[in-house]
Structures are given as structure tokens and as C-alpha cells.
Ligand binder design. Structure first.
Ligand SMILES: NC(=O)c1ccc[n+]([C@@H]2O[C@H](COP(=O)([O-])OP(=O)(O)OC[C@H]3O[C@@H](n4cnc5c(N)ncnc54)[C@H](O)[C@@H]3O)[C@@H](O)[C@H]2O)c1
Length: 255
């Protein structure tokens, strides 16, 4: 049986780690050709080798790098059908608005929001050449709910990704391009595990809000991205696609 992404070419930013890496694996399992774009060359090359894909060193905040990552992908695989604009950062110096400096604010805006602008701006023409395609931009649950444990620039950047994605979904709807904002809930990453093993109270403060009583696994997010990338989602566009285990819908959670 052919895979759900047979004949499709996907570019995944931040594909060397976490959600991006699991999505690259999932896409390849479903027969996509995959380009991993990242700054982390060693793990990025490793994933690309594992999947028979392409690795491109690209800083998604740099216009020239973004253009090159697409031209190299199109040259290698003959075109581009899927963009997973997923690279993002949440550094510790992005904190409460009272503590966060302009430099940290700007750095996070550049990596999380400006990058999505650039990746869509230069990726959409490639999709149009193929007669359409699917774009998935990684926002976050914090784009739709507030946290007293603030990371102010991160939250604002993800709100920007959400609004930008919605608008592009509407603008390009009749040209065959679907654009969705993926909003993962908190994911069980090594970083999160380390943070919370040091401070179980910190973990508990968050876990109590999750109806399922656990964080997401990266593979669970990857499965949602696969759906949005595939033709199974042919009528899904301009959506705020929550993959949060019910977090954003919850008031009182089960004991
Ligand atoms: N982990 C979570 O709990 C969670 C929840 C909601 C949303 N998200 C979002 O999901 C996305 C992926 O998160 P993750 O947890 O897999 O992160 P991660 O840190 O495991 O992976 C992010 C990748 O992006 C790359 N990257 C960072 N800056 C880059 C740049 N300028 N150019 C190119 N690549 C760059 C990193 O090298 C890394 O490989 C991010 O946008 C994040 O904000 C994560």
C-alpha cells in the first residue's frame, strides 16, 4: 500500500530534534522525501542519513539561508509540497515582562515569528509551482491561553504565528494551499524532563491542568502534523489545530 505522503517533498525546519525529528521520521515512513533544515549539523545530518533525506544547514532567521534551503531541496527532489515551519526557541532569559530585556524579546521574535514569515514567503512560490500544498506552522497552546509562568516574547511570537497562518490559509485557499497553525500542548522533551526532575513542584503546577494527567509525546504531535500534511486533511485550513490533550478546554480536571 502506498504511504500517505507518497510523491510528496517536505521541508522541516528544526528537524534535528524533538517534534521536528519525530515528524521527519513519520513523514519518511509514509514515503515522503524529506529535507531537514537546522543549525545543529551533527544530529541534523544523522536524521537525514537515517531517512535517506537531505540535510541543509540553515538559520531560519536569515533570508538567504531560507531561500537556499528551498532551492537545494527543489533541486534534489524536483519540487516542494509540504512546509513544516517548526524551528523555535524558548530561552530562560525570556521571562516575565518585568524581567525580559529587549535583546531577548527580539531574539525570540526573530527565531519564532520572523522565521515563519520568511519560510512562508519563500516557500509558497515553490508550492504554487506544484499547483498547491500544505503548510503547517508550529504555534503553541500559549497562543490561546495565558500562563502566570510567563515567557512573554515566546507567547507573543506564537500568537503572531497563529494569526499569520490563519490569514495565509484564507489568502491562498483558492490556489490549492492549505495553511494551519499547529498548537501543541506541553511535550515530554529531555529539556522538560530535566527541568521538572530538579523541581517536581514545578511539574505538578502544570500537570494539574492537564485532563490526561501527562504531557504529550513528540510522536503524538508528529501524527497530527502528518494528518495536516496529507490529503486526509483536504478540507482543513486556516485552523487553530490544538493537539493539547484537552488542556485548552479544561476548567476542573479529573482527580
Ligand atoms: N516542547 C514543547 O513542549 C512545545 C510545546 C508547544 C510548542 N512547541 C514548539 O514546537 C517547536 C519544536 O519544539 P521542540 O520542543 O521540538 O524543540 P527542540 O529544541 O527539541 O527543537 C528545535 C530545533 O530547532 C532548531 N533551531 C533553533 N533555532 C534555529 C534557527 N535559528 N534556525 C534553524 N533551526 C533552529 C534547533 O537546533 C532544534 O533542532 C518549537 O517551535 C516550539 O516552540 C514546543
Amino acid at each position: 500500500m502506498p504511504g500517505r505522503l507518497e510523491g510528496k517533498v517536505a521541508v522541516i525546519t528544526g528537524g534535528a530534534s524533538g517534534i521536528g525529528r519525530e515528524t521527519a521520521r513519520r513523514f519518511a515512513e509514509e514515503d515522503a522525501s524529506v529535507c531537514i533544515a537546522d543549525l545543529a549539523d551533527e544530529p541534523g545530518n544523522e536524521v537525514a542519513r537515517e531517512l535517506g533525506g537531505l540535510y541543509v544547514h540553515a538559520d531560519v532567521t536569515e533570508e538567504g539561508d531560507v531561500q537556499r534551503m528551498y532551492s537545494e531541496t527543489a533541486e534534489r527532489f524536483g519540487g516542494i509540497d509540504v512546509l513544516f515551519n517548526n524551528a523555535g526557541i524558548s530561552p530562560p532569559d525570556d521571562d516575565s515582562i518585568l524581567e525580559t530585556g529587549l535583546e531577548a524579546w527580539q531574539r525570540v521574535q526573530d527565531v519564532n515569528l520572523k522565521s515563519v514569515f520568511l519560510c512562508c514567503k519563500y516557500g509558497i512560490p515553490h508550492l504554487l509551482e506544484r499547483g498547491g500544498g500544505s503548510i503547517i506552522n508550529t504555534a503553541s497552546f500559549v497562543a490561546v491561553m495565558g500562563a502566570a509562568t510567563s515567557q512573554i516574547s515566546y507567547t507573543a511570537s506564537k500568537g503572531g504565528v497563529l494569526a499569520l497562518s490563519r490569514e495565509l490559509g484564507v489568502e491562498f485557499a483558492r490556489r490549492g494551499i492549505r495553511v494551519n497553525a499547529l498548537c501543541p500542548g506541553p511535550v515530554n522533551t529531555p529539556l522538560l524532563q530535566e527541568l521538572f526532575s530538579k523541581d517536581p513542584e514545578k511539574a505538578q503546577r502544570r500537570l494539574v491542568h492537564l485532563p490526561m494527567g501527562r504531557f504529550a509525546e513528540a510522536t503524538e504531535i508528529a501524527n497530527a502534523v502528518l494528518f495536516l500534511a496529507s490529503d486526509d486533511a483536504s478540507y482543513v485550513s486556516a485552523s487553530t489545530f490544538m493537539v493539547d490533550g484537552g488542556l485548552s478546554g479544561a476548567y476542573v480536571t479529573p482527580e
